[in-house]
Structures are given as structure tokens and as C-alpha cells.
Design a protein around this ligand. Structure first.
Ligand code: FE
Length: 198
């Protein structure tokens, strides 16, 4: 599945005064007339609950200049316990009132959910595009570019360390047996995205 190509996006939502967002790679244009897109979101993400409740979101399209800390900020912990925007020196919002990322992005697309499909671990949201604007001409980042140029290379691991490492975020599960239903506590990817350390 790593041969499939994807973009990388920050999906932002808002519930009352609570702003939140997460990293996704699953935003896809669905139709042109009307302009619609689909977004798949893991139910383990706090953002999923807000989106299911409010039905409104923004997609910030990340560019190749995006630094790794943006992925740590939005991807590796939950908005349940933290304010993911606490360290931000910007407060840009589209007309739906939802925040977006003005830096390391080339566009923002606002969506209003018209249908939701339940696929077990994920929901697929189909949405009408309500607003869209171009922010820069920088190339969009792909998942492959992230792996090759942005994600830090794993530090030299202690060769005696046993266990499994998450290929997505680097989390180490220090145990001899990785349960088949294991879910990475930091990035929410499953056991198939882990590899043995030695
Ligand atoms: Fe992970």
C-alpha cells in the first residue's frame, strides 16, 4: 500500500471555542459539478468526533517546505488533552470560522459534510466545497516526499533493543510479540505499519 500516492493535509475543525486539527492523507476530489470532496478520518482522532458533530472543516494543503514539528504538533498527540494551536503565532480563519494554516501550505478548502459512511475504524465524509483559496505556488507535499525528505531518519538504535518500531512515527513497542490488533498510541496506525527491530 506504500506504493499508492497521497498528499498530506491538516484537517481542522471547531466545536464552540475549541479549535482542533489532525494530519490526514485522505482528502480527494470526488466530483466537479458540484465541487465535492471526500475525507476519511480515523475514529480514534478527537477531530473525528468534532467533525461528526459539526459537519464543517477546512483542509490546509501542505507544501514541501513543511517542517517535521508540524506533524508532531498535529499528528502525534490528541486534541482531547491539548490545544494544538497553543504555540501558533497566527489565527487565520475562513468564513466558516474554522482555522487554517497560512504557512507551509498552498491552499485551503472549506467543506460542509453532506453524507457520512461508516467503515469500522474510519468514517468517510463526503462534503460540498463552500470556499477555496490559493495561498502560494509552492508544490504540494506527497506522502512519499515526507518519508524521503521530512521525516527524521531513525537514530541508530541500540542493537540489543528488542521489539517493533512504527514506520510512520518512530514509536517503539518494546515487546517480543506485537498483537495483530495493536494500534500505535501516537499516530494511530496499525500493526502492519510496524517492523521488527532485530
Ligand atoms: Fe506511529
Amino acid at each position: 500500500m506504500f506504493k499508492l500516492s497521497y498528499g498530506l493535509f491538516i484537517l481542522t475543525t471547531k466545536d464552540g471555542n475549541k479549535d482542533n486539527g489532525c494530519v490526514i492523507n485522505t482528502a480527494v476530489q470526488l466530483t466537479e459539478h458540484p465541487l465535492r470532496l471526500s475525507v476519511a478520518v480515523n475514529k480514534a482522532n478527537f477531530t473525528h468526533g468534532i467533525l461528526a458533530k459539526t459537519g464543517e472543516f477546512n483542509i490546509s494543503v501542505l507544501t514541501q517546505s513543511v517542517p517535521f514539528p508540524i506533524f508532531e504538533q498535529f499528528g502525534f498527540h490528541s486534541g482531547k488533552d491539548t490545544d494544538k494551536f497553543a504555540s501558533c503565532d497566527y489565527n487565520d480563519r475562513t468564513s466558516n470560522g474554522i482555522r487554517y494554516l497560512p504557512k507551509h501550505t498552498n491552499s485551503v478548502i472549506s467543506g460542509k459534510v453532506s453524507a457520512t459512511f461508516d467503515f469500522g475504524t474510519h468514517s468517510l465524509f463526503v462534503a460540498d466545497v463552500t470556499e477555496a483559496k490559493v495561498l502560494s505556488n509552492e508544490p504540494s507535499v506527497t506522502y512519499q516526499y515526507y518519508f524521503e525528505h521530512i521525516k527524521p531518519k531513525p537514530k541508530t538504535l541500540n542493537t540489543l533493543q528488542k521489539g517493533y518500531v512504527c514506520k510512520i512515527c518512530g514509536y517503539i513497542y518494546a515487546n517480543d510479540v506485537l498483537p495483530a490488533d495493536f494500534v500505535c498510541p501516537t499516530c494511530k496506525h496499525g500493526a502492519s505499519d510496524f517492523e521488527r527491530l532485530n
